[in-house]
Design a protein around this ligand. Structure first.
Ligand code: FES
Length: 569
């Protein structure tokens, strides 16, 4: 089958002249247009995305590998989403970035693509866009930062911030120390080095078979990260020759493997949204309940923050994702094919583990049944998720009175007030933070506790919202309540003092208010005025799916392939 790029560079007419001639202004010799595979290097480099700011150097190594294997590498930028800077939330733009990726791949003479990503949303947006094109693709993650180190102790990205800011609020840490910790936490290139969403998604890249072994954990500044990039460059050329497209790798089996491996690594709850969205793009049926059914009984094997103590650098030295997959050999689909042409079982059959404190054996797990739980009930008819491994065990079965915040701004205005009526039995409820409501579903579900409870040594409460939670956060936090409050879900009509029941064993999330009363409240409910009159935000609000469907835009779901019906000239 002729390569896609021959429909550009192989044309022997005026159009071929145009396609080749303008490219030659970059100094490319004629033999690069001789029909060899053209490899796009899709780069989320940006100085505004600090986690990805080193990706131009990584791209250079990918190019080296592509040339070695007889390909023609061409790097192109796509929208880059930096979790720490972009407002109102990077998640609002995940789908927009995926459109950029999809159309950039489809519209250009690209036969295969290397996806360079790192920070949280960059990985799913690239996978979503590439999956909708179904071309050969391989992911190279930028890698985690080196371990943070502050006053002689490990300091994890995100996780350390939440802990230290609570300590400042409780009067246990000086503000000068807090500021000093900034540079101690982020001390090298790379993304968050806890098992936050970036490390989770990089691990999912390996679990899905979309990256080479050890893609997730090699530190960004370790020379072996650059070896992996070069090898990926070589391999993508072979993948084009083999026509090893995304749809052959991202199968139902691959997603089930990813769900299981996510439980064992203690991965972020955000992966649910991203996996649902990626599966939707490639056309694999995957539902919210699959995450509980497939993954919940799996044990936690990796002792890593936010639920454990180590960091990604330790995880790499201990054996990384391959060592975890080996432990799970009897419960994963070992014959799922991966980008290197081997199965995940072949890739990991002999994977060594060098440190059993970091990666535990199946016979000695850190925690049994560590996967996400999906809870339902009248408060979340379409489901909500909780990460029991990050929760307080005694709160996993709990009844308490609601303390309601109508928005995150309402929460911030009142949480520090001494007269806030709240105690250790209360259930904090946040509205207006779902996909449509914010818009963009920010990571605010792990609401900080009120200072007056922190001062009493209380470190966790049940918290419920339609928001997401940073993968670096922890607590008994029920997230992604669907339908969200802005879409008229039951969450919208919860009132202060209502009793709420959470029971993880029976997967129940109930608002203990009579049906008659709920009907009365629903009839009286009016959506908050929507101030977005135009632009992408308007498109997003009008088309975003609810969290239980991955929060993709409805018209982006599905694989549209790489074909283009019209010429450009
Ligand atoms: Fe980029 Fe955490 S802020 S990975």
């Amino acid at each position: 089958m002729p390569l896609r790029s021959t429909h550009w560079f192989g044309l022997q007419d005026r159009d071929g002249f145009i396609h080749r001639s303008w490219m030659k202004n970059q100094g490319f010799p004629s033999d690069l247009f001789d029909g060899r595979p053209v490899i796009g290097i899709c780069n989320t480099f940006s100085e505004l995305t600090p986690c990805n700011a080193h990706l131009r150097q990584v791209a250079d190594r990918v190019k080296r590998g592509v040339y070695e294997a007889g390909g023609f590498p061409l790097e192109f930028p796509v929208m880059s989403l930096g979790e720490t800077n972009i407002r109102p939330t990077a998640m609002l733009f995940r789908n927009l970035a995926s459109m950029d990726v999809e159309e950039s791949i489809r519209g250009n003479p690209i036969d295969g693509v290397v996806l360079l990503c790192g920070c949280d949303k960059t990985t799913p947006s690239l996978l979503m866009g590439a999956a909708s094109c179904d071309v050969p693709a391989i992911v190279v993650s930028g890698g985690p930062m080196l371990n943070g180190n502050f006053h002689g102790e490990r300091l994890g990205s995100g996780t350390g911030v939440w802990q230290m800011s609570e300590d400042v609020r409780a009067g246990k840490m000086k503000i000068a120390d807090f500021f000093e910790a900034e540079a101690c936490m982020s001390r090298s290139a790379g993304h968050c080095m806890t098992m936050g969403t970036a490390s989770t998604m990089a691990s999912m890249v390996e679990a899905l078979g979309m990256g080479l072994p050890h893609n997730a954990a090699i530190p960004a500044v370790d020379s072996r990260r650059y070896v992996l990039a070069q090898q990926a460059g070589r391999r993508i050329v072979e993948m084009v020759h083999e026509d090893l497209r995304i749809s052959r790798i991202l199968t139902r089996q691959a997603f089930e493997n990813a769900i299981r491996i996510n439980a064992a690594i203690g991965g972020s709850s955000n992966f649910v949204l991203h996996m649902l969205a990626i599966a939707g793009r490639v056309g694999v049926p995957l539902t919210l309940d699959d995450f509980d059914r497939v993954g919940h009984d799996l044990p936690l094997l990796v002792d890593i923050q936010p639920s454990g103590k180590f960091l990604m650098e330790d995880f790499y030295y201990a054996g990384g994702v391959p060592a975890v997959v080996r432990e799970l050999a009897d419960v994963i689909h070992r014959d799922a094919i991966t980008v290197n042409g081997k199965t995940i079982g072949e890739n990991t059959a002999d994977a060594p583990c060098w440190n059993r404190e970091v990666i535990h054996e199946r016979a000695n797990p850190i925690r049994e049944r560590a996967g996400l739980a999906v809870v339902r009930g009248n408060l979340a008819p379409n489901g909500a998720v909780i990460k029991p491994s990050a929760a307080t065990p005694s709160l996993l079965k709990h009844r308490g009175r609601a303390v309601v915040f109508e928005s995150i701004e309402d929460f911030k205005a009142r949480i520090d007030r001494p007269d806030l009526e709240i105690d250790e039995t209360s259930v904090m409820v946040l509205k207006g933070a779902g996909p449509k409501g914010y818009p963009g579903m920010p990571e605010v579900g792990n609401m900080p506790l009120p200072p007056k409870l922190l001062a009493r040594g209380i470190t966790d409460l049940v918290r419920i919202s339609d928001a997401r939670m940073s993968g670096t956060a922890y607590g008994t936090v029920v997230l992604h309540v669907s339908p969200e409050s802005a879409a008229g879900g039951t969450l919208a009509v919860v009132e202060n003092g209502d009793e709420i029941e959470l029971d993880i064993d029976t997967r129940k999330l109930e608002l203990r208010v009579s049906d008659d009363e709920l009907s009365r409240r629903r009839a009286a409910w009016k959506p908050a005025p929507d101030t977005w009159t135009g632009g992408y935000q308007r498109l997003y609000i009008d088309h975003v799916l609810q969290a239980d469907q991955g929060a993709d835009l409805d018209f982006l779901v599905g694989c549209r392939g790489a074909g283009i019906p019209r010429e450009s000239h």
